[in-house]
Design a protein around this ligand. Structure first.
Ligand SMILES: C[S@@+](CC[C@H](N)C(=O)[O-])C[C@H]1O[C@@H](n2cnc3c(N)ncnc32)[C@H](O)[C@@H]1O
Length: 278
């Protein structure tokens, strides 16, 4: 017989190569036991009569092979909301929470803004904004049908009704629709020479990551087509890599946006740039 404490010690040792072996072990044990981490903390002496279950051992093996924890559990927290994720969606990142914060600060109070989340993936940005601003209407667009199905599930599970979904190749199916705010976290990884460890890009959809040779192809498409889809006084926020801020600001200038400002993530890296319609 083993206790939760012993199982966590065993699992942490097995996950030694992970950056966060103890945290991973807790999340995976909670998933295997069908409980949450707080119950593990509350009952470290709880017995597991059969020792580590076959399910738990399978989860540990997949994690040892680099499979992301969020895909193993099927969920990820983003701005205190639990999002379903799967192989069709990027796993929402903490950096993107900063982008949502920046958007919320700029969406004028009480003006029933129309908001577009372009490249919505799991719906993290769209659902977070729609739930924090019930007076606004949010459109969540993506090219991926698989991602849109997950985003819909996430809106339903979180009882968010002020949101609609569009399959669209960037602005392609949005025709002449205009928005007060556009938030876009586009694919911005350089391909094929990503410069990233293989395990960082192996599991998530290439459609969510691949930004072309310089990583900036999608950014350019979105910025160049943005002015036709932003209401007067409206703005667009684009998430980008820490070394793409200069390119993004330059593109905004080329396409005559104004009030161009770049913000930083919690690590102090340039992470998003916001610009208003001229
Ligand atoms: C970096 S992910 C961002 C996902 C989500 N917004 C987030 O922040 O977690 C980029 C998203 O853009 C979508 N995408 C890629 N190419 C697209 C295109 N041509 N038109 C619309 N969406 C596209 C991908 O499917 C993916 O969901």
């Amino acid at each position: 017989m083993q206790t939760v404490r012993e199982l966590l010690k065993f699992a942490s040792a097995r996950l030694g190569a992970s950056d966060t072996p103890r945290l991973d072990a807790e999340v995976l044990l909670a998933a295997a036991l069908g409980t949450d981490r707080s119950r593990l903390y509350a009952h470290p002496e709880m017995a597991a009569p059969q020792g580590p279950s076959a399910d738990f051992l399978r989860l540990l093996d997949s994690r040892r092979n680099g499979f992301p924890v969020a895909y193993l559990t099927g969920e990820k927290e983003f701005r205190s909301i639990t999002f379903r994720v799967n192989r069709h969606t990027l796993i929402p990142r903490p950096e993107t929470e900063v982008v949502v914060e920046a958007a919320l600060e700029r969406i004028p109070a009480l003006n029933r803004a129309r908001i577009l989340d372009l490249g919505t993936g799991s719906g993290a940005i769209a659902v977070a904004i729609a739930s924090e601003r019930p007076d606004c209407t949010v459109t969540a667009a993506d090219l991926s049908v698989g991602a849109l199905a997950v985003a819909r599930e996430n809106a339903l599970a979180n009882h968010v009704a002020n949101i609609s979904f569009e399959q669209s190749d960037w602005f392609g199916n949005l025709h002449n629709r205009r928005f007060d705010a556009i938030i876009c976290n586009p694919p911005y990884v350089r391909y094929p020479d990503t410069g990233l460890p293989p395990e960082e890009i192996r599991y998530e959809p290439r459609l969510a990551l691949d930004g072309g040779h310089n990583g900036t192809a999608c950014i350019r498409t979105v910025i160049s087509n943005g002015p036709g889809h932003i209401n007067p006084g409206g703005f667009i926020i684009i998430e980008h890599a820490h070394d793409q801020g200069g390119f993004v600001r330059e593109q905004f200038r080329v396409f005559h946006y104004r009030n161009i400002t770049t913000g930083h993530d919690h690590a102090g890296h340039e992470r998003y740039t916001c610009a208003f319609r001229a």
